[in-house]
Design a binder for this molecule. Structure first.
Ligand code: ADE
Length: 247
């Protein structure tokens, strides 16, 4: 996968793209990242990327020209049309499903603005997607783009090893993950549940399935899709609901 990032602050990406799994993914040639300063595409003498809003008002607006030219310079006529993703708080909320959808693409172009608004023609005629990482406002789209890039890259084939497998992640099953424990079995009197020390894999799996469902029920009931639960888990869910009603 090719990932291009258009930003006025390229240095913000150095640490994140060159650490941990994202660094490994580049070394394996599964992904290549290119960070481009779109100020380099300005055609005016002062290299201005923004201007005052028509109609007046506070704040500046990113001009269409540098971004249109920058995106066009990255498109390759031979390839399938890239997804051009605008990072903004008004966009579609990022979910695991959206990350999975983007992980199927060959080329993603991220557009990150900072402080300013975007000229509406960028939204209407240049980008294919608008993504928000949550209902809060960041100083710019860069941190948000890094979040999306991380969530997509780790889904690409062979990026994660077995131990890190994304199949077991919270959300990929639709439910939150069950609790985890490691040694020691007794830390300051805080004990690991007996079942995990039993060596009985079927019992352990059943415990994990239930804990995963319980945690999701308590923290994120909106994620539970009853039609995808096994009969056993449905029964357990009924129990959880009953207990809540009697508390
Ligand atoms: N730019 C500023 N805030 C943002 C957010 N919450 N998500 C994506 N891009 C943003």
């Amino acid at each position: 996968m090719k990932i291009d990032i258009l930003t006025l602050f390229p240095e913000m990406f150095d640490g994140v793209l060159n650490s941990s799994i994202l660094k490994k993914a580049q070394e394996k040639d599964t992904v290549s990242y290119t960070v481009t300063d779109f100020r380099d595409f300005t055609t005016n003498k002062h290299r201005k990327v923004d201007d005052y809003p028509y109609g007046g008002g506070a704040g500046m607006v990113l001009k269409p020209q540098p971004l249109f030219d920058a995106v066009e310079s990255l498109k390759d006529d031979q390839e399938k049309k890239p997804r051009v993703i605008l990072m903004c708080p008004q966009g579609e909320r990022l979910t695991q499903k959206k990350a999975e959808e983007l992980a199927e693409e060959d080329h993603l172009i991220f557009v990150c603005g900072h402080y300013e608004g975007y000229d509406e023609r960028i939204r209407e005629h240049l980008v294919t997607d608008e993504i928000s990482i949550g209902d809060y406002v960041l100083t710019g789209g860069e941190l948000a783009a890094m979040v999306v890039i991380d969530s997509v890259t780790r889904l690409l084939p062979e990026v994660l090893g077995n131990e890190e497998s994304s199949k077991l992640d919270s959300y990929s099953s639709g439910l939150l993950e069950h609790p985890h424990y490691t040694r020691p079995a007794d830390y300051r009197g805080m004990k690991v549940p007996d079942v995990l020390l039993s060596g009985d894999h079927a019992r352990i799996q059943k415990w994990r399935d239930r804990e995963s469902l319980k945690r999701t029920f308590l923290r994120r009931p909106d994620l539970i899709d009853e039609s995808s639960l096994s009969d056993e888990n449905l029964e357990y869910l009924e129990k959880l609901k009953k207990n809540r009603n009697t508390e």
